[in-house]
Design a protein around this ligand. Structure first.
Ligand SMILES: NC(=O)c1ccc[n+]([C@@H]2O[C@H](COP(=O)([O-])OP(=O)(O)OC[C@H]3O[C@@H](n4cnc5c(N)ncnc54)[C@H](O)[C@@H]3O)[C@@H](O)[C@H]2O)c1
Ligand SMILES: O=C(O)C[C@H](O)C(=O)O
Length: 342
């Protein structure tokens, strides 16, 4: 009992809305992590094992998941965790899944853009999503693998080709951009980060990441100099590169990403279980003239329930919004083209 209490308290510390989710632990929910032996996959597997909403946890990778599965399975929490290794075990990992989280693929090295990962990751994501379409067609998919601006359109088209696409169930994970914007804003203004919210819209690469500090909570003082807002915006847009450079060839964000993915997955599970959950995420959307766009989204029992509009933007944000559109449009089209041709 005591360890369960300690576990719940630990998880509370990593969850933004612990009060809501802890009341929803009862339902049976099977979750899979694809790429579970990787830099994100391992800590994410740990966090999902600690989430009381999860009853079964499949940890899949091409190699290394027997060990990760055995390791994580000894933790004192509700979820039954199991490792699945290699394509022959993928179907069993996915059967009956409610939620599949995909951080499989290669990360950046210094000097690379996320788009430089397309060549390798496009095929990995397409293959894994097709397996989801076959073995758990009703599951919600959280795509982490970069370039998210293209891998989500790839997933949509692959599922559409199979006749199982449900736009409510496909989400690109952009939570790390929100996590960063909140941290940088709280630091700059001397605020308690747990009381801070900053919506981040657009996509997940460079200038397509647009934090809306004009909509931040608590409100940004009207006297905030333009160069401070510009610096906060650029640091959020370049947060991934900051980590890639600091890791100096040993990959990109893994721990903060696992934290962000665990928050987002928890919100998806809460929504699925009938509680209220609203997060920014990159989805098929009619909010702009682009087919995919990240804004705040209400998550419900079937996934995306309501896509919120961007809301009012400052002149600075309006300019940044206009500037990102051609790049985001090209990344989306690149994803569509890949599925047409492969
Ligand atoms: N969305 C975001 O905000 C965000 C943040 C950080 C990283 N990422 C992306 O996440 C991805 C993973 O990053 P990482 O640091 O964990 O990389 P990593 O190399 O440490 O781990 C990736 C894992 O994927 C596995 N893998 C490769 N092909 C696979 C397949 N076909 N099936 C199953 N597993 C497969 C590898 O074996 C490896 O264990 C990268 O593309 C990275 O750019 C996205
Ligand atoms: O920057 C990267 O390559 C990884 C990820 O997209 C991030 O934002 O940290």
């Amino acid at each position: 009992m005591r360890s369960a209490r300690v576990l719940a308290q630990t998880w509370k510390a990593v969850s933004e809305s612990a009060a809501e989710f802890s009341t929803r632990a009862g339902k049976e929910r099977k979750v899979a992590v694809l790429g579970a032996a990787g830099g994100i996959g391992q800590p994410l597997s740990l966090l999902m094992k600690m989430n009381p909403q999860v009853s079964q946890l499949s940890l899949y990778d091409v190699a290394g998941t027997r060990g990760v599965g055995a390791d994580v399975s000894h933790i004192n929490s509700r979820a039954q965790a199991k490792g699945f290794e290699g394509p022959d075990q993928l179907a069993d990992a996915l059967k009956g899944c409610d939620l599949v989280i995909i951080p499989a693929g290669v990360p950046r090295k210094p000097g690379m853009t996320r788009d430089d990962l397309f060549k390798i990751n496009a095929g990995i994501v397409k293959g894994l999503v097709e397996a989801c379409g076959k073995h758990c067609p009703g599951a919600i998919l959280n795509i982490i693998s970069n370039p998210v601006n293209s891998t989500v359109p790839i997933a949509a088209e692959a599922l559409r080709k199979m006749g199982v696409y449900d736009k409510r169930k496909l989400m690109g994970v952009t939570t790390l951009d929100v996590v960063r914007a909140k941290t940088f804003y709280a630091e700059k203004l001397g605020l308690d980060v747990s009381q801070v919210d900053v919506p981040v819209v657009g996509g997940h690469a460079g200038i397509t990441i647009l934090p809306l500090f004009s909509q931040a909570t608590p409100t940004m003082p009207s006297s905030t100099p333009a160069d401070v807002i510009d610096a906060l915006t650029k640091r959020t847009q370049d947060g991934g590169t900051e980590v890639v450079e600091a890791k100096a060839g040993k990959g990109s964000a893994t721990l903060s990403m696992a934290y962000a993915a665990a928050l987002f997955a928890d919100a998806c599970l809460r929504g699925m279980n009938g509680a209220t959950a609203t997060e920014c995420t990159y989805v098929e959307s009619e909010v702009t003239d682009l087919p995919f766009f990240a804004t705040k989204v209400k998550l419900g029992t079937e996934g995306v329930e309501t896509i919120h509009p961007i809301g009012s933007m400052s002149d600075y944000e309006k300019e940044a919004f206009a500037a990102m559109k051609p790049e985001l449009a090209a990344s989306i089209e690149k994803g569509f083209k890949f599925v047409r041709e492969n």
